[in-house]
Design a protein around this ligand. Sequence first.
Ligand code: ZN
Length: 219
Amino acid sequence: MNKRTALVVFSGGQDSTTCLYWAKREFEEVCALTFLYGQKHRLEVEIAREMARKAGAAWEAMDVSFIGTLGHNALTDASVLMDQEKPAGGVPNTFVPGRNLFFLSIAAVYAREHGINHLVTGVSQTDFSGYPDCRDAFIKSLNVTLNLAMDEQFVIHTPLMWIDKAETWALADELGVFDLIRNETLTCYNGIPGDGCGHCPACKLRREGLETYLAKRGE
Ligand code: ZN
């Protein structure tokens, strides 16, 4: 593949959809890869498919549900309730251990098969919610490891790494997809699209960022 193509790790939420449109601006061709890992909300997958279609990106879903069975967490296990707040000093129970390690490693193998060396992920150290695999050091370390593992020159792009949720909304606006992302993406841990349930940790983070951004925009 001679074209500059990027593969976006894509969930259909605010962050990865912003990354999808960022990639569309930066690359000639964009593919989206959605991982099924035993999410409670299959709607997430349907939304991902629809958002990729709207963006004109090739889309594929891949079953990696073994990730959800390795440990107990609130995203994949119905018997674990969603935390309202992160426990002091610990990772929240929505943490799926190794998720981004698996996702990016699988994405890299998939990308290699398709002649793609640019990977895009929506992780952010700024709003990392206590997830260690959203930090820049982890991404840089994994990038080196993937290159050594396959003797390739992958580049992992993290357009949201150093920006907060308000700035992520600003980026969506700059990319011309503010309304689309606000109304049609699914970030809520309780599976409600758009503005969501309003009280889960993902909704709170998303709404606080939105309010900050709208206040800045003068609304
Ligand atoms: Zn919610």
